[in-house]
Design a protein around this ligand. Sequence first.
Ligand SMILES: *[C@@H]1O[C@H](CO)[C@@H](O)[C@H](O)[C@H]1NC(C)=O
Ligand SMILES: *[C@@H]1O[C@H](CO)[C@@H](O)[C@H](O)[C@H]1NC(C)=O
Ligand SMILES: *[C@@H]1O[C@H](CO)[C@@H](O)[C@H](O)[C@H]1NC(C)=O
Ligand SMILES: *[C@@H]1O[C@H](CO)[C@@H](O)[C@H](O)[C@H]1NC(C)=O
Ligand SMILES: *[C@@H]1O[C@H](CO)[C@@H](O)[C@H](O)[C@H]1NC(C)=O
Ligand SMILES: *[C@@H]1O[C@H](CO)[C@@H](O)[C@H](O)[C@H]1NC(C)=O
Ligand SMILES: *[C@@H]1O[C@H](CO)[C@@H](O)[C@H](O)[C@H]1NC(C)=O
Ligand SMILES: *[C@@H]1O[C@H](CO)[C@@H](O)[C@H](O)[C@H]1NC(C)=O
Ligand SMILES: *[C@@H]1O[C@H](CO)[C@@H](O)[C@H](O)[C@H]1NC(C)=O
Ligand SMILES: *[C@@H]1O[C@H](CO)[C@@H](O)[C@H](O)[C@H]1NC(C)=O
Ligand SMILES: *[C@@H]1O[C@H](CO)[C@@H](O)[C@H](O)[C@H]1NC(C)=O
Ligand SMILES: *[C@@H]1O[C@H](CO)[C@@H](O)[C@H](O)[C@H]1NC(C)=O
Length: 799
Amino acid sequence: MVSLRFLAQLVGVLTVVYAQGGPKNIEPDLYYPRQPDSPYSYPSPNATGNGGWDVAMAKAQRFVDRLTLEEKVTICTGNGFPPEPGVSDHTCQGNINSIPRVNFTGLCYADSDTGIGNAHSYGTGFPPGVTAASTWNRELIRARGFAIAEEFKVKGIHSVLGPVLALGRTVGGGTNFEGFGADPYLIGVAGYETVHGHQGAGVQAEVKQYLAYDGQQYNRTYYSSNMDSKTLHEILVWPYAEALRANPACVMTSYPYVNNSQASQNSYLINDILKTHLGFQGYTQSDWFALKSGVAAILGGMDQDMPGVAANGGNWSYFGSNYTAAVHNGSVPEWRLTDAAVRILTPYLFLGQDRGYPKVNLVDDPRLAISDAQRQRHRTVAQEIAAAGTVLLKNTPGKMGLPLRKPTTIALFGPAAGQNPYGPNQYGYGIGADPYEVTLAEAYNGSELNSGIELTIGIAQGTLAGGGGSGSTFYPRLVDPISAIQQRAAEDLTLVDWSTSTNLAVAAAVAKRATVCTPVVSSFSGESTDRNLTLLHNGDELIRAVADNCDNTIPIVQSVGPVNMEAWVEHPNVTAIVWANLGGQELGPALVDILYGNVNPSGRLVYTIARNTSDYAQAYIVKEPQPYPQINYTEGVSVDYRGFEKDDKTPRFWFGHGLSYSNFTYSDLEVNKQADLDEAISTPLKYVADAPGGDSRMYDVAVVVSFSIHNDGPYDGTEIAQLYLQLPEEAENPTKILRGFDNVQIRDGETQNVYLYLTRKDISYWNTVLQNWVTPRGEFGVHVGASSNDIRLTGTFIL
Ligand SMILES: *[C@@H]1O[C@H](CO)[C@@H](O)[C@H](O)[C@H]1NC(C)=O
Ligand SMILES: *[C@@H]1O[C@H](CO)[C@@H](O)[C@H](O)[C@H]1NC(C)=O
Ligand SMILES: *[C@@H]1O[C@H](CO)[C@@H](O)[C@H](O)[C@H]1NC(C)=O
Ligand SMILES: *[C@@H]1O[C@H](CO)[C@@H](O)[C@H](O)[C@H]1NC(C)=O
Ligand SMILES: *[C@@H]1O[C@H](CO)[C@@H](O)[C@H](O)[C@H]1NC(C)=O
Ligand SMILES: *[C@@H]1O[C@H](CO)[C@@H](O)[C@H](O)[C@H]1NC(C)=O
Ligand SMILES: *[C@@H]1O[C@H](CO)[C@@H](O)[C@H](O)[C@H]1NC(C)=O
Ligand SMILES: *[C@@H]1O[C@H](CO)[C@@H](O)[C@H](O)[C@H]1NC(C)=O
Ligand SMILES: *[C@@H]1O[C@H](CO)[C@@H](O)[C@H](O)[C@H]1NC(C)=O
Ligand SMILES: *[C@@H]1O[C@H](CO)[C@@H](O)[C@H](O)[C@H]1NC(C)=O
Ligand SMILES: *[C@@H]1O[C@H](CO)[C@@H](O)[C@H](O)[C@H]1NC(C)=O
Ligand SMILES: *[C@@H]1O[C@H](CO)[C@@H](O)[C@H](O)[C@H]1NC(C)=O
C-alpha cells in the first residue's frame, strides 16, 4: 500500500499540474467573491481501504473491473425524479439502475431518518433527531437507529437518508428538528450512535448535509455559510469526524455554498477535508438537485448525482451521458469515475447487501398486498425515546406540579392537545406522496389553507408529532394527549375535560373547573418552512388565559426548537413546564409516562432557550444580499451556550438543563491523566488520516474523569451527568465546552460511580497556523454538573 505521507506529497504534486490546466476554469462555481482561504484541492483522492474497509474495497474493485464505462456512470447517476410507483427500479426517492448482466440489483434510497418516508408504507413513526438527542442516552439513540433501519430493510431500501449532523445555529431554521441540537460534541455522539444503529441492521447510513446547511430554508440553494478555519473544524467538521468512526456508507453534500463555493463541488471540503484529512472511504452523494455543475463537481470529489436529473421532472443530467462524454473528451480521468464507482459499491459489499437483500417493495396497496415493517418492539422504542427525550423544565413538587397523584380533574387545552382534523399525516410529504390518495393541493383546494408556507403551518393543527418535509414520516397511528390521558385517568376515575378550540373564553371557563390544567402548545417548521419563535395558534394567550384561572397550570410544549416563553414562564400559577420536543406516533403514551411518573424525567435541552430572541447569535433568517444571502458565522466557536456565557447573557433555560422527580448529589471528583500523555502529545498528529475520522491517535484516551452520584430520592431515576472542559488560553476557546456526558441510572437512595473518558482530541483545539489539532499546555478546568450552568464539581489537570 502507498504510504500516506507519500500520498499527501502526490496530492500536492498533482495539484500543481491541475492548477495549470485548471479544473477551476472548467465550470466556475462562485457567484459571489469566494473567501480567499477556501482553496482548491485537486485531484480527488482514491479510496485506500484504510480502517477495516480493505476487503470490501478489493471486492468492489474486482466488481467494477467488470463494468463498462457506461455501467460505471450508471452506478454514479440516479435514474430520475419523481419516483414512479409500480415502475421497477423507479419507486424510491432515489434509484440506481440495476445491471442484470452482473447481477447488480440497483440501489434504493429513501427518506427519512424518523421512519420510512416518501410513500404510504406500513412503518413506525419515530420521534425525530432533536428528540433522540434530548435523551442524551447512547443506547436509546443507537436502538432508534437500528429499529428504523430494520424497517427500511423490510422494504428493500438500501440506504437511510440520514442522520442529519447540522448545527442548530439559525434558531428559526426550518430543518433544525431533523438534527441533534446546537453542540458539536453531542451531535457527534448522536451521529456516531445512529450510524452504528442503521448499519448494524445492514442498511447504509448517510451523514448529511455536508456542510453548513444549518437549518435555514430561505434561498437554501443560493446562500453562503461563511466561517473561519477554527470554527469550521471545531464546530462544523467535528460531528462528521466522530460519525465517520462508525463507517457510514455515504456523506450527502448540502445545498448552500460554503465560503461562496458550492458545497457539492467544493474541492477543499470534499477532496481535502473529507477524503484526505478525515479519510472517508465511502461515497459522496449530492442532495436532491443540489448540483450546479458536472465536471467541476466530479473533480471536486462528488461521486454520485441524486436523483440524476437536474430538476424535478427534468430529463437532463449533469452526470449520465454528460459524464461519459467528459471521460471521452478528457475532462475527467477515467480513474476518477472508477474510484467513484468503487466507493459506491464498497459499502454495498461491506454490509452484504449483495446477498439475499429483500427486493424493493416500498409502496403498499392495502387492497392488494402490504409488507408490514412495523414491530411491537419498535413502538416500544418510539415511546421510550419520546419519554426519555422529554425535558422537565420547571417543577413545583409537592401538592402542585408533577408527578400527578390521582388528580380530581385534569383539563387539556389547545389544538395540539387533540387530533388534527385533517388526520395524522398532513405535515409535509403526507398525502401527496401517496399514489392512492389525493394531492395536498386537491385536499385543501377552496379552504383557507391553500398556499405555500401558510399551508404547511396551517396543517400543523393538531398534536405535533414531527416536523415537515423529507424529515417526516407516515404515522400508522398517532395517539394524542387527550386520548392517552383519558385512558390513564380512568384508573383513578379522574374527570378529564378539554377544549381544543382557540377560544380563550372557553379555555378560561374550563380552566376554572380543573385541579390540573395542561395547555398543549406547539411550534412547527419543516423543509421549505422556516419559523419564528412565537407559539402557533395564539399559544401564549392560551396559556395565560388558562393560568389566570387555574393555580396548577402545566404547559406542555411540542416544538421543533426553542420558543419565546416569556409571556407566561413566570406566571405564578405555572407550576411545571414539560418540554416534549416532538414525540412521534407514541407521543400520548410517552406524555402519560412522564406526567404520572412511570418514567422519571431525564431529558435535557440540546439548545439554550433565550429570554430575547435577539440574544441568539443567528436570531433571524438571513435574506440579504440578494440573490446570494451571506450567513457569517461571526460568533466563531462560541456557539449556543458558549455565546451566552461569553457575553454574560442569562438565558431562560441553559443548554443541558432538565429536572428529575429526584434530587442527585455529586461527589468525589477525580481527574487522572494517562501515564504516557505528556509524551504522546509531544508527537504531532498527521493531517492525512490513517482511518476514517482522522489520525487515529486523536481518539486515544488522554484523561479519565471519575465521580459519584447519589440519588437522594424519592424515586429511582436517571441523571445526565455532563462534563464541560475549560481549555487553557492558548486554545482560544473563551468558555467551557461540552466534552463528555453519560446517562446514569440510579435507584432511590443508591450511589453510582461514573467514569468519563476524554480523548486527545477532546483536550485539543484546531490550530489555524499548523492546520491541525494541537493539545495546549497549561491548566485545564474540569467542570462536572447537571447542565452547562449547573456545575456541581470542579477540578483541574495540568499539561
Ligand atoms: C473559509 O474562509 C476562511 C477565511 O476566509 C477560512 O479560514 C476557512 O478555512 C474557509 N473555509 C472553507 C470551507 O472554505
Ligand atoms: C487513483 O488510482 C489510479 C490507478 O488506479 C491512478 O492512476 C490515479 O493517479 C490515482 N489517483 C490519485 C489521486 O492518486
Ligand atoms: C448471477 O446469478 C446467477 C444466479 O445466482 C448465477 O448463476 C450467475 O453466475 C451470476 N452471474 C454473475 C455474472 O455473477
Ligand atoms: C430567494 O427567496 C425569495 C423569497 O422566496 C425569492 O423571491 C427569490 O427568488 C429567491 N432567490 C433565488 C435566487 O432563488
Ligand atoms: C427533454 O424533454 C424535452 C421536452 O419534453 C424534449 O424536447 C427534449 O428532447 C428532452 N431531452 C432529452 C435529453 O430527452
Ligand atoms: C448535459 O449538460 C448540459 C448542461 O451542462 C445540459 O444542457 C444537457 O441537457 C445535458 N445533456 C444531457 C443528455 O443530459
Ligand atoms: C467535455 O464534456 C463535458 C460534458 O459534456 C462538457 O461539459 C465539457 O465542456 C467538454 N469539454 C471539452 C473540452 O470538450
Ligand atoms: C380547485 O378547485 C377549482 C374549482 O373549484 C378547480 O377548477 C381546480 O381544478 C381545483 N384545483 C385542484 C388542484 O384540484
Ligand atoms: C410568526 O410567524 C407567524 C406565522 O408565519 C406569523 O403569523 C406571526 O405574525 C409571526 N410573529 C412574529 C412576532 O413575527
Ligand atoms: C391563579 O389561579 C387562581 C385560581 O385558582 C386565581 O384566582 C388567581 O388569580 C391566579 N393568579 C394569577 C396571578 O393569575
Ligand atoms: C458577511 O461577511 C462579508 C465578508 O466579510 C461582508 O461583506 C458582509 O457584509 C457580511 N454580512 C453580514 C450580514 O454581516
Ligand atoms: C430537592 O432539592 C430541593 C432544593 O435543593 C428541595 O427543595 C427539595 O425538597 C428536594 N427534593 C427532594 C425530593 O429531596
